[in-house]
Design a binder for this molecule. Sequence first.
Ligand code: GDP
Length: 329
Amino acid sequence: MEIDSLSDRILNGDRRALARAITLVESGRADHRAQASELLARLAGAGRQALRIGLSGTPGVGKSTFIESFGMMLISQGLRVAVLAVDPSSTRSGGSILGDKTRMERLSREPAAFIRPSPSQSHLGGVARRTREAIALCEAAGFDVVLIETVGVGQSETVVSEMSDLFLLLLAPAGGDELQGVKRGIMEMADIILVNKADGDLKATATRTCADYAGALRLLRKRPQDPEGFPKAMTVSAVEEHGLEQSWDEMRSLTNWRKESGYWSTNRAEQAQFWFEQEVRNALLSRLATPQARAEMERLGNAVREEGLSPSVAAETLLSNLMPGQGYS
Ligand code: GDP
């Protein structure tokens, strides 16, 4: 399809065009990359912005149930909601944390919702770029809220928090000892901790767990960009749909505060710069990974080890060969 018409359809909020464009940004083919860049550049001109909400939690904590209930609540308020996933651990073909069709059944039927599973690449750098570009496409398509879901594994929370305006951590009710299980770094990323499953038999435990985390959050250094009381912990029930509106109110009040203080736009600018630098790093690393570059690395490495070639001269030789037009790109 012509990039022109794809771009127009996306700007009109056409979900099929959006899905198609995301497939384009997920493609590794050089001609697709070129088209994707053209499309993204064109759409950036529209200057549309959504609220980007990162959401993390271990499997079983209730992420998809929460996203469905929360998403339905947002839609009932007249908002359009996109859901993307970052799942670097998924190596099954087409597999993803959102791949199971039975998940988010109600939400997936809503015309105001768009749900996209994680690409199946296991390389986090690649997934990060595709997710960022998918976010930009959803924004251009006029979605008000983009939820970016990730499972709590390794580096994926950091990646998601670096592309979100707000970061939510979903937790399950648990005994006091298990509080230790949440890594400090992840706690520090969270703007709001949601203790899910605060219903039925689990309600009392959820309330206690929430108090424990509220205490733990108070011990963390308050962020200068945030109002009193943040980061905060709250209880919700995704199944009974309790606490969803309250959590949305908190997200909005934090967002408004950050917009008024200027933090919101500074944060986005810094994120953009961070990703620019990551892209440069990734591109250089991928050039180092080509067979020619690896062979050259070995050849020069041998020369350094056995023939007394200076390490810095060898490095310069290698790096100058990696530059465009030198036969390595
Ligand atoms: P995910 O792996 O984090 O996406 O978790 P799911 O949304 O698939 O939920 C895992 C299990 O927890 C399912 O059996 C859900 O029905 C259950 N669950 C999710 N939210 C709630 C809740 O608010 N209350 C209760 N009691 N169970 C829940």
